[in-house]
Design a protein around this ligand. Structure first.
Ligand SMILES: Cc1ncc(COP(=O)(O)O)c(C=O)c1O
Ligand SMILES: N[C@@H](CCOP(=O)(O)O)C(=O)O
Length: 465
């Protein structure tokens, strides 16, 4: 298995190099050169496997033989031992044929932990084998940052710099980033929104002199290993609902398109997924794109589901590459339109291909609040605002014969103000996170300025040559 860039001009890499590279050198995203295939019989044989065993089975084809199996098995088991639910990602029924896939039982209460706990261990292993260090940068609208800091804190081969939009994350999210006492952790509050943070991270990767000088690596979902690890829970939930003998649909609260792209990958690998439904909040660029065929950015609104407050949805590029039958020059043309005018129009046959696999709809803030209330009243189940945005769409789109799985991407206690305003119930943090809100914070405020961020990173990394 090799990895190719969506823009076609970066070196083709093996698994370990793709994990360390993050963004490809041509600005594109790495994808596997082909999708591993599982037959119905092979999927049937996965029934009943514990989550780590399933992860080993589903993910090993992506390694291209570069990580010895006993090592990979150990890394997977260690990663999922950090979760506080025996099933790792349990499935809970909340309505007639509607299920929530709870992805928030990891150390920072969001789905990011599922991939980040494995990615940190994989990176550490590859760096140790090569006796190298890396400087990790990440952009976050709230959840990736905390998960990355938890997973990388104290690892002596990496320094990690997380850029978050100053004043636009929830207090719990902020403290998960700013209260680490590990010397290798740097929380940077950027004066801007998430798209500014993500733009700075991509600009650092595209500044090849800087990139090479500090041995830059990335932990956003631009890193293939993040998407890869998220494929597993599509398998685990579909298997619980009868796969491969019964199709399942998924509704995914979507921002950067990483989570739902993992569902697309699962389908390409043979999992019988009927529909993949993109749920957005008021930042509805993807819902508009699916209906009009034009991707056009607008200003970002601040909503009660801040982790989805995004306009530049990075992983949509991976889907465009697939829809264009892996034609990298088409992707380059779209991305240059995005850079120059903030918009591009998708060719008719490509948008038709996308519509044949995906559906999309938006939930407004009022609809999110009403869904938190109605789900609590009907099912005694408290949703976080991101999961609620998906639940609202799922209820509207569900076809009764096919089970609908809503991805539960965060614990409601990460967003207590929005949940309490909607439902009157103030969700408490689990006891093991009890000290979070009183711990001392440490972060640096920086303008949204590439030079100043690069300068900060250069002065604080131990990997600079
Ligand atoms: C809680 C939560 N839900 C949904 C999303 C959207 O996921 P993705 O960016 O993979 O589309 C995010 C951020 O990524 C998130 O933190
Ligand atoms: N919603 C995310 C944004 C970054 O997404 P990623 O999956 O590309 O890391 C967040 O919470 O930070």
């Amino acid at each position: 298995m090799q990895y190719v860039s969506t823009r076609g001009e970066a070196p083709v890499l093996g698994f370990s190099d793709a994990v360390l590279a993050g963004l490809a050198r041509d600005g594109g995203l790495y994808v596997p050169d082909s999708w591993p295939q599982f037959s119905a019989a092979e999927i049937r044989a996965m029934r009943g496997l514990a989550y780590p065993d399933l992860a080993i089975r589903v993910l090993s084809p992506f390694l291209g033989g570069e990580i010895a199996m006993p090592v990979f098995e150990r890394l997977v088991r260690e990663a999922y031992a950090t979760f506080r639910h025996e099933a790792v990602c349990p499935l809970v029924q909340t309505g007639s044929n509607i299920f929530v896939l709870e992805l928030f039982h990891g150390p920072t209460l969001a789905f990011k932990d599922v991939a980040m706990q494995l990615l940190a261990r994989l990176m550490d292993h590859v760096l140790a084998e090569r006796d190298q260090r890396a400087t990790i940068v990440g952009a976050t609208s709230g959840d990736t940052g905390g998960a990355a800091i938890d997973a990388f804190a104290g690892r002596n081969r990496t320094d990690i710099f997380v850029l978050f939009p100053h004043g636009r994350v929830s207090p719990v999210q902020q403290r998960q980033m700013t209260t680490s006492i590990a010397a290798n952790v740097h929380a940077l509050a950027v004066e801007g929104n998430f798209d500014d943070c993500q733009g700075l991270v991509k600009d650092m990767f595209n500044d090849h002199g800087f990139r090479d000088r500090v041995s830059l690596s990335g932990v956003n979902s631009i890193n293939w290993a993040r998407i890869m690890a998220q494929i597993v829970y599509y398998f685990s939930s579909a298997l619980s609902l009868g796969a491969p003998d019964r199709p399942v649909s998924f509704t995914v609260p979507t921002g950067n398109f990483g989570d739902i792209f993992a569902g697309y990958a699962a389908k390409k690998m043979g999992l019988p997924i009927e529909r993949l439904i993109i749920a957005t909040n008021d930042n509805d660029i993807l819902a508009r794109t699916l209906s009009s065929g034009e991707y056009r950015t607008k200003d970002v609104f601040s909503t009660t589901s801040p982790s989805m407050d995004i306009q530049v949805s990075s992983n949509f590029e991976r889907l465009l590459f697939e829809a264009a039958n892996r034609n990298a020059s088409t992707v380059q043309r779209y991305m240059s339109g995005l850079r120059q005018s903030g918009a591009f129009t998708i060719e008719a046959d490509e948008i038709a291909r996308i519509r044949s696999e995906f559906d999309a709809a938006r939930s407004t803030m009022d609809e999110v609040a009403a869904t938190i209330r109605s789900t609590l009243a009907a099912s005694d189940y408290l949703l976080d605002p991101h999961t609620a945005a998906a639940m609202h769409v799922a209820i509207a789109k569900a076809a009764s014969a096919v089970p609908m799985v809503v991805l539960g991407t965060a614990h409601p206690a990460k967003f207590p103000a929005a949940v309490e305003a909607a439902s009157g119930v103030s969700p408490a943090l689990p006891a093991w996170l009890g000290g979070l809100m009183s711990a001392e914070e440490k972060y640096t405020v920086l303008p949204s300025d590439l030079k100043m961020v690069e300068d900060y990173v250069s002065r604080h990394t131990r990997a600079a040559s």
